[in-house]
Design a binder for this molecule. Structure first.
Ligand SMILES: Cc1ncc(C[n+]2csc(CCOP(=O)(O)OP(=O)(O)O)c2C)c(N)n1
Ligand SMILES: [Mg+2]
Length: 338
């Protein structure tokens, strides 16, 4: 992945908080707030009828994409399902291009032809954006096969949900990945629900970190609401994959605050359940508290919040003023000339 072209606020760089630098804290805070504010605006644009098709928000799960990105290197790939906006922003894609893709404009990252679920950006190593549940797991394993074949030292970060974890092709992929020792980190974002179905209602076993055990793939369960826990686990997993030992599974315990998609009345869980997570486990509040403990002033935090607000407002403006794609674009980018 390319590093995010996002500027960091001025800090006393190098000042350490146990094993976390103040600059790292500020960077993760900034990236997570960007995702959250971006998603809130995307939800508003959807409500205004400016975004067509489906739209799945990532609010609540920010620490996963940001913590994983912190352990990645240039050249690594990311692939995920349809809940993908946060991954794109964490990978360093331009918020303007992501928002304009949501509104189907030519300035979008896929020229407005992919929309929310089918964005793509080779430059940052982001390989989509996939609407078929579980399909990205085979594709991500294929990306790892390409890395293995080229011996380029890159890792494929392949994300999927707790619901997708029961799909058959996941296990065909696990088998091949371990057989050939492919450099892939499988990140299972266990947000407790697959549409309206709680994990335990659809799954014979709920410890998803062990789903690779019959293939001999190591796995661990991680607090996906803690960006530092995610980063540390990501480093272990990436090192394992990069050093030729094969795939690794990280089950991220996380939670989605919003409905499955924009048309979900969320009758399958109580408001109290959602509020409890928001007040006790929020990933952004967690980093904010650490920033305060590190002596970062309220004013400095406000400055970051305002900078992010401006970036997102600019993206909203761009997404509404960028022209719609020309009809002739219907026939371009369908096949790759090889
Ligand atoms: C093959 C396939 N089956 C069913 C669907 C419909 N569907 C879309 S999302 C979804 C739930 C997936 O849940 P999970 O993997 O937990 O991901 P989350 O939405 O929680 O991020 C389902 C069943 C689909 N898109 N593709
Ligand atoms: Mg889920």
């Amino acid at each position: 992945m390319a590093r995010a072209a996002q500027k960091d606020s001025k800090t006393d760089s190098g000042k350490k908080l146990s094993n976390v630098s103040r600059d790292d804290l500020l960077k993760y805070y900034r990236q997570m707030v960007l995702i959250r504010r971006f998603e809130e605006r995307a939800g508003q644009l959807y409500g205004m009828g400016l975004i067509g098709g489906f739209c799945h928000l990532y609010i609540g799960q920010e620490a996963v994409a940001v913590g994983m990105e912190a352990a990645s290197k240039d050249g690594d790939q990311v692939i995920t399902g349809y809940r993908d906006h946060g991954h794109m922003l964490a990978a360093g894609m331009d918020p303007n291009a992501v928002m304009a893709e949501l509104t189907g404009r030519s300035g979008g990252s896929s020229k407005g032809k992919g929309g929310s679920m089918h964005m793509f950006d080779i430059e940052t190593g982001f390989f989509g954006g996939h609407g078929i549940v579980g399909a990205q797991v085979s594709l991500g394993t294929g990306l790892a096969f390409a890395d293995f074949y080229k011996q380029n030292g890159n890792v494929s970060f392949t994300y999927f949900g707790d619901g997708a974890a029961n799909q058959g092709q996941v296990y065909e992929s696990f088998n091949m990945a371990q057989l050939w020792k492919l450099p892939v980190v499988y990140v299972i974002e266990n947000n407790e629900y697959a549409m309206g179905t709680a994990l335990a209602r659809a799954s014979a076993t709920v410890n998803l970190s062990q789903r690779g055990s019959s293939f001999g793939i190591p796995g661990e369960t991680v607090d996906g609401m803690d960006v530092f826990a995610v980063k540390e686990a990501a480093e272990r997993a990436a090192e394992h994959a990069r050093s030729g030992k094969g795939p690794y599974i990280l089950e991220m315990k996380t939670y989605r605050y919003r409905g499955h998609s924009m048309s979900d009345p969320a009758k399958y869980r109580s408001k109290e359940e959602v509020d409890e997570v928001k007040t006790t486990r929020d990933p952004i509040d967690h980093v904010k508290t650490m920033l305060q403990q590190a002596g970062v002033s309220e004013d400095d935090i406000k400055t970051i919040d305002n900078e992010i607000k401006a970036i997102v407002l600019e993206a909203v403006e761009f997404a509404q003023t960028s022209p719609e794609p020309d009809p002739s674009e219907l026939y371009t980018d369908v096949y790759l000339e090889a």
